[in-house]
Structures are given as C-alpha cells and as structure tokens.
Design a protein around this ligand. Structure first.
Ligand code: FPP
Length: 245
C-alpha cells in the first residue's frame, strides 16, 4: 500500500488493452470492453478508498471514431448500459460523475443518460469521477481558445490579459487540479492526445497489464511509484529539499 501522505489528488488513466485481452481468449473485441467495465468499477472503488480526490478515465478518444462502425456502436451502447447499471451505486458511494469531451458528437440516448447521471450525482462530495468520451487533448485546447477569443472579440478581455490561467479555466477540466499521476495500461508508453495541457507536470506510470486485468494491486503499485517521486516543477532538487525540510 502507498504512503497515505503522498496520495495524488488527481489520477488520470488511459485504459488500454481491451482488444488484446479479448483476442488472447479468442473472444470478440467487444468482450474486452465489457470486461473493461469491471476494471473501471474496481478502480473507482480503490481510488475512493485511497483518498484520491479526482479520477479521470479516457473511455473514447476523438480518434476512436475511426474504428470499425460496429465496434463504435457497441462501445456507445456499452456506455449507455454502464451508466444505467452503475450510477445508483456511484451515487450511494458519494461519487460525483462528470463527462468531458465533444458532447455534440454523441447520440441523443447517451447524452440523456449523461445529463441524468451528472444531475443525480452533482451534490456528492466524495470522489470526482471524470469520464472522457469523444475527447482529444488538442480539441480541448482549441475549444478553450475559441471561448477566450469570443470574449476578446466581445471586448470583455484584452489580448494582453490572456495568460495560462485564463486559458486553463476554459479547458474541459477548468478549475480542477491538474493530474498528478497518469496511469497507462497495455504496454504502450505514450499520451495519445489525452489531457495534453493538464498533464504538463504529471508523473507517468506505464504497465504491461491489459486494462481488464487492472486491479487494486496495480493501482497500489502506481501509488507507490508516485510516492517515491520528487516533484520539482522546474526547480532543482536542492530547492525542493530546502522547502520540504
Ligand atoms: C482501449 O483498448 C479501450 C477503449 C478504447 C475503450 C475503453 C472503454 C472501457 C474500458 C469500457 C467502459 C468504460 C466506462 C467508463 C464505462 P483497445 O480497444 O485499444 O485495446 P487494444 O489496444 O488491445 O486493441
């Protein structure tokens, strides 16, 4: 188990490997995504138990629209089903559920479930769970720039008032502390257009385990890794040690 004093406030996860998990068992890819839902449930429980404040899961990227039509449609169906089945339990556990991504690209049925889940859990004060669907880090920055530009054109903001804080506020996770730790399963070591802006100072933890096999043990390994890192934010280690001693 990780040292309690050093728990990341915000953990972001790229849940990779569902397809390979299914292929290893000679099952259709969709069976891997279904098994992935159980890993999501376990991860949410573990994160809440360990005292993580925010958890952001990459469920469907802007680029995932180019997967075979059948896989995309089954995944969207799975999101609807998972929302239907899991939201009451999340609510009982005081989890606040929110979605980030290009909502206008989603079908009506899913949008309605998302809105209902967000409404139902909006007053909860426990773990904040963000699910990224139709999300891309570059898209996020562009939509934030557009909002800032609108304000500038409307005369509400001078161009030289635009700084990192002004832009960050308009990102999908505006006002939420940046992820301290990024976990990626499935063996690849890349960011894949996830929270490009917000991950600037995150510690990165990669593992070979395929997402459906990810559980408490791996989550604790990632927390242990995080607890051993010295976060410098551009300072020297001597400066960091002077502040913390
Ligand atoms: C990546 O594995 C996974 C996805 C694109 C889908 C993630 C979705 C889930 C875990 C299902 C449920 C999620 C929620 C939030 C209810 P991959 O298909 O790219 O795997 P591969 O690299 O082995 O092919």
């Amino acid at each position: 188990m990780a040292n309690n004093e050093n728990i990341p406030r915000h953990v972001a996860v790229i849940m990779d490997g569902n397809g390979r998990w299914a292929r290893k068992r000679a099952l259709p890819r969709h069976a891997g995504h279904r098994a992935g839902v159980s890993a999501v449930r376990k991860t949410v429980e573990t994160a809440a138990q360990r005292g993580v404040e925010c958890l952001t899961l990459f469920a469907f990227s802007s680029e995932n629209w180019s997967r075979p039509r059948e896989e995309v449609s089954k995944l969207m169906g799975l999101f609807v089903e998972a929302l239907q089945r899991e939201v009451d339990q999340l609510h009982r556990n005081n989890v606040r559920l929110e979605f980030i991504g290009a909502r206008e690209q989603l079908q009506q049925g899913l949008l309605e479930k998302i809105a209902a889940a967000e409404r139902q859990t909006s007053g909860n004060t426990g773990l904040r769970l963000f699910v990224a669907v139709a999300y891309g880090g570059r898209w996020d920055i562009v939509q934030a720039v557009r909002k800032v530009a609108d304000r500038a054109v409307a005369g509400e903001l001078a161009v030289d008032e635009i700084d990192e804080q002004v832009l960050a506020k308009q990102l999908q996770l505006g006002g939420v502390p940046d992820p301290d730790l990024l976990i990626r399963t499935g063996g690849e070591q890349r960011i894949s257009n996830f929270l490009l802006w917000n991950l600037a100072y995150a510690e990165l933890w990669f593992c070979d385990v395929l997402w459906p096999d990810f559980g408490e043990q791996q989550f604790d390994e990632a927390l242990g890794f995080f607890g051993r890192r010295q976060r410098r934010y551009g300072h020297t280690s001597e400066q960091v040690e002077a502040v913390s001693s």
